[in-house]
Design a protein. Sequence first.
Length: 56
Amino acid sequence: MIEDVMGMQMAQMQSLYSNALLKRSMDDTESQALSLINDMVAAVPAPAQYNFDVWA
């Protein structure tokens, strides 16, 4: 009886640990994606303030 309870607690602990690792991995992936997006946005030059040809 006690062994069954201990086994269930161990299984629950493993499940919680697995979920914590998955969440950590997802958070790391999210931060990497945001960093990549910010780098891509910074690499694009700003559009011209006026859209007419000043040499014409």
